[in-house]
Ligand binder design. Sequence first.
Ligand code: GTP
Ligand code: ZN
Length: 292
Amino acid sequence: MTGKILKGIAGFYYVIAADGKLYECKAKGIFRNRNVKPLVGDNVGISILDETEQKGNIDEILPRKNALVRPSVANVDQALVLFSVTQPDPNLNLLDRFLVMMEVQEVPVNICFNKIDLAGDEKRNELSAIYEKAGYSVFFTSTCEEKGIEEIKDLVRGKTTVLAGPSGVGKSTLTNLIYPKAKMETGTISEKIQRGKHTTRHSELFGIGRDTYMVDTPGFSSMYIEDMECGHLKDYFPEFEACEEDCKFLGCIHIGEKICGVKTAVEEGRISRSRYDNYRLLYQELKDKRRY
Ligand SMILES: Nc1nc2c(ncn2[C@@H]2O[C@H](COP(=O)(O)OP(=O)(O)OP(=O)(O)O)[C@@H](O)[C@H]2O)c(=O)[nH]1
Ligand SMILES: [Zn+2]
C-alpha cells in the first residue's frame, strides 16, 4: 500500500495510508540498503504488519519532488508566511529572512497579513507595496471577521504548503477556519505520539483536505539564514535582477558601488527601502559570520 509520512518521531513514522488509516511504521531496511532517511512529506510504500494495531513498515520511498532542509520536509509545493498587520507588529527583517531561505530552496512563497480588522487601509497599502514590488503575492485576512479566507482556501487546495509565521499572528485560528477537520486529525496523531513522550518539536504534516496538506514550521522566531557567501545574497532578492543591468560593475553587490542600478531603483521607489535595508543588514551578518 502507498501512503504519506505525516510525522516522524524517535524512529517511528506516522503514515496516512491509501485506506485512510494512520499507521505507525518503522523503516527497517531503507537506511541500510540506501543511504536515504525518510522525511515528513515523503510518499512511501508500506507493508502492514498488524492491521488492528495499525503498525507497518516503510519499504520504499517514492521519488521526491524536493526536500527542504528548513523545515525538514519533502514534496513541498509552496510556503505561506503569515504575519499580523499589528499585535504583534510584523517584523519585516524576519519576513525577509524567511523569503531568502525559501528562495534558496526554490520554494514559491506567498505572504499573508492577518488581523486586517485591527488596521486601516494605510497599513495595508504600505505592506502590499513593499512585497508586491518584490514580486510576491500578498494576501490580507481577518480570521475573526472571516475576510480573505476563501482566497487562502483556493491558494492551498490540492497542495502541500509550509505554513510559517511568528507566534500569535493567527496560524492556528486560520488553519482551523480553512479546515475545521485539521484540529481533529492533529489530536489523533498527538495521542499516538504521547507514548513516546518526546518534547522536541518536529515538522508535522496536517491533512486538511483531499491532497491538501499543511506543514507547521517550528522555531520560526529563531530563524537564521543559510551559511552562504555574502556575495550570493543578492541573487535571492528577486526584484534586484531587473535593475542590475544599470550597475556599472559586473558582480555589483549594490552596497558600496557608486553607479548601481539597485541603489538608483531604491532612490526612485521602484525597489522598497525596507527590503533594501534588510538586504544590507543580512549582507553584513553573513560577512561577519565568515570572520570566525
Ligand atoms: N483581531 C484579530 N485577532 C485575531 C485574528 N486572528 C487571530 N487572532 C487572535 O490572535 C491570537 C493568536 O491567535 P493564534 O491562532 O493562537 O496564533 P498562532 O499564530 O497560532 O500562535 P502560536 O500558537 O503561538 O504559534 C488569538 O487571541 C486570536 O484570537 C484576527 O484576524 N483578528
Ligand atoms: Zn548594483
